[in-house]
Design a protein around this ligand. Structure first.
Ligand code: EPZ
Length: 430
């Protein structure tokens, strides 16, 4: 299995280009099959989850042409099979976006029921509630969700919980329903807006995305478009926190600073300097960092996908901090791994109490999930000594060329898979 091996201690300095937002791209790829014309999508991140979604689209008969590593052309006119196989859902839960897309266009779809995952049970009851409200018959048998409708009719839907996935999935189905749909208590994440903008560029009529009330007037047909994915706010935030942890100076380029407001606010609170430019943000951590309190919330609150990275930085900041995870029920699994590097963190229910230490010590750790894996790499970059991170395929699900981008910032990191390569790295850095 491949691993990252890191010799910590170098402040990360320089510029890093941020790629397209994985969580916008996964949904936008699904919208592309809602027309029989060709949709071109640019600025796709070249990460595993995206490639699995493209395979799922091919798996139901969609045509996928890879123009270059970050651009695809998709044509859904040849789709014949409206069943999305379990093998795709098992690999990426977001394959369930094909349910909303297929139901919207064909009024029929079958998708394997996604299981829980590394960070919680993650039910999809709100998605199904929305489809039923639009008039679909939704049954679950033998692990398969089947949704059928004579026709979808616009309606008023109130989401009991703010859910990114449910907001997007219902928005897709409603885009081709008859009449008007209102989604109340909708998620406001930038990637929800990106999906709405892409659908509107295909002829949909969606207003209010980015607020908690989205209004959709259904249309009969969608048409071709060329669409570029927004920059990934979580990739950007991850590098911003790497600057803080290594006391470095990093400029993240090709970002929308507004999307990073809550991340910037926390970095300022703990003592970093943050400079906002038109499409870049610079983070300098020259002074000792200190404690703060943070609670993860739906956008525009502090993102749950930045929670592990925040804890890693607070773990080497002066004083005692609290990190409250209000979105998922099991997102502190990395704490045990971080303890192997000397962290002093106590988790009680959904709150982590973080007592800052002076420095992490390098150790062998294992990535429990995508964002926690990236956070453990940040800890290794800040640590004294050598850190080996196992199970890095989690990290490569959502970060393109992660270790190469870190190397360009001065990190001593390699991707290895044999003891011989580990020895060679240790000799090189000793
Ligand atoms: C999306 O997951 C992201 N994934 C997650 O990013 C992200 O953490 C999450 O949004 C929150 O921002 C993708 O976009 C592919 P939710 P999603 O529905 O849509 C509960 C990453 O690292 N809920 O907003 O599944 C749910 O259990 C991943 O890139 C229901 O109860 O998240 C959770 O507690 C990890 N019923 C809360 O809502 C439902 O039907 C928010 O989940 C749906 C959700």
């Amino acid at each position: 299995m491949e691993q990252y091996i890191i010799k910590g201690g170098n402040p990360l300095v320089g510029e890093v280009e941020i790629g397209g937002a994985k969580n916008a791209a996964l949904a936008i790829l699904a919208t592309a099959i809602m027309t029989d014309e060709t949709v071109t999508i640019e600025n796709l991140p070249n990460v595993r989850d995206i490639n699995v979604m493209l395979d799922a689209i091919k798996g139901i008969g969609g045509k996928v042409e890879r123009v270059d590593v970050h651009t695809v052309k998709i044509n859904g006119s040849m789709i014949s099979d409206l069943l999305v196989d379990y093998e795709y859902i098992k690999k990426i839960r977001a394959s369930y976006y094909l349910l909303g897309a297929l139901l919207g266009k064909y009024k029929r779809a079958e998708v394997a029921l996604p299981g829980g995952c590394d960070i919680g049970s993650r039910p999809i009851d709100l998605h199904l509630k929305g489809f039923r409200a639009l008039g679909a018959n939704v049954d679950i048998h033998h692990g398969l969700i089947s949704a059928t409708a004579d026709g979808l009719k616009g309606t008023h839907i109130y989401l009991d919980k703010v859910s990114v996935g449910a907001t997007i999935n219902i928005m897709m189905a409603a885009a081709m329903a008859e009449g008007k749909t209102t989604i109340e208590n909708a998620a406001k994440e930038p990637h929800v807006v990106d999906v709405a903008n892409c659908l509107n560029s295909m002829g949909a009529k969606i207003r209010g995305a980015g607020t908690d009330v989205i209004r959709i007037s259904g249309v009969e047909r969608l048409h071709k478009t060329e669409y570029s994915i927004i920059p990934d706010q979580i990739e950007a935030g991850t590098f911003m926190f790497a600057a803080a942890a290594t006391r470095g100076d990093i400029t993240v380029k090709n970002v929308i600073p507004k999307h990073l407001d809550s991340i910037t606010a926390k970095l300022l609170e703990i003592g970093c300097e943050v400079e906002e430019l038109d499409d870049a943000v610079r983070v300098v951590a020259s002074k000792p960092l200190h404690h703060t309190q943070v609670t993860t919330l739906p956008y525009p609150g502090f993102p749950t996908d930045m929670q592990p990275q925040m804890s890693v930085v607070l773990g080497i900041s002066e004083g005692t901090s609290t990190v409250t995870e209000s979105i998922f029920e099991n997102r502190f699994k990395y704490v045990d791994e971080l303890a192997r590097m000397g962290a002093s963190i106590k988790v009680e229910s959904n709150i982590a109490i973080v007592t800052g230490i002076s420095q992490y010590l390098g150790a062998r750790v294992s990535a429990p999930d995508l964002r926690a894996g990236a956070a453990l790499v940040i800890a290794g970059l800040a640590a004294d000594g050598i850190t080996i991170v196992d199970d890095i395929y989690y990290i490569e699900r959502g970060y393109e060329d992660f270790h190469l981008k870190l190397k360009l910032l001065g990190a001593q990191v390699e991707k290895v898979s044999t003891e011989k390569e580990i020895l060679k790295f240790k000799l090189k850095v000793s």
